[in-house]
Design a protein around this ligand. Structure first.
Ligand SMILES: [Mg+2]
Length: 156
């Protein structure tokens, strides 16, 4: 399967997104926007979120984590979110599209897990970008090895 890869969600600039007709980014939370149990984004991510807002690109968090965790991150930022999203199922993404009033082809799913985030995108008919996790530990290295046969990566 061919999937777009990026090392960081911040590489997805408004210009890049707009050139591909992306009006809404559906982002995974843990290890995509922030490290696990980190409740505030890095300055680079904060800056990126501001650029999206200025350019009229919507951002919504679609996470499998519990409400409490997702709300703790999203509410101070005023970000819409969906917790317990049931990825790799596609229904959570479809709910997000409906809430943002965009079509599947106007959205982009971004996440650090191929078998969860990218699969959910495929099932919902939403393009997806696989990013490196914000914290790269032993499990990342192992998981990427397992994912690699399925991924024909093309850099953003
Ligand atoms: Mg994740």
């Amino acid at each position: 399967m061919k999937v777009l890869v990026a090392s960081d969600i911040c590489e997805l600039t408004p210009a890049w997104l707009k050139s591909r007709g992306v009006r809404a980014v559906l982002a995974d939370l843990d290890n995509t926007l922030a490290g696990y149990s980190v409740n505030e984004p890095d300055p680079s991510v904060t800056r990126w979120m501001g650029e999206l807002r200025e350019n009229g690109v919507a951002l919504m968090v679609v996470s499998n984590a519990a409400e409490k965790r997702v709300a703790a991150f999203c509410e101070p930022l005023g970000l819409p979110y969906l917790s317990r999203a049931g990825k790799p199922g596609g229904r959570g993404l479809l709910t997000a599209l409906k809430r943002l009033r965009v079509n599947a082809d106007q959205a982009l799913m971004v996440g650090d897990q191929f078998f969860t985030d990218i699969r959910a995108g495929t099932r919902a008919g939403v393009r997806a970008v696989l990013v490196d996790p914000r914290v790269k530990g032993f499990w990342f290295t192992l998981r990427r090895k397992l994912e690699t046969p399925f991924i024909e990566g093309e850099r953003v």
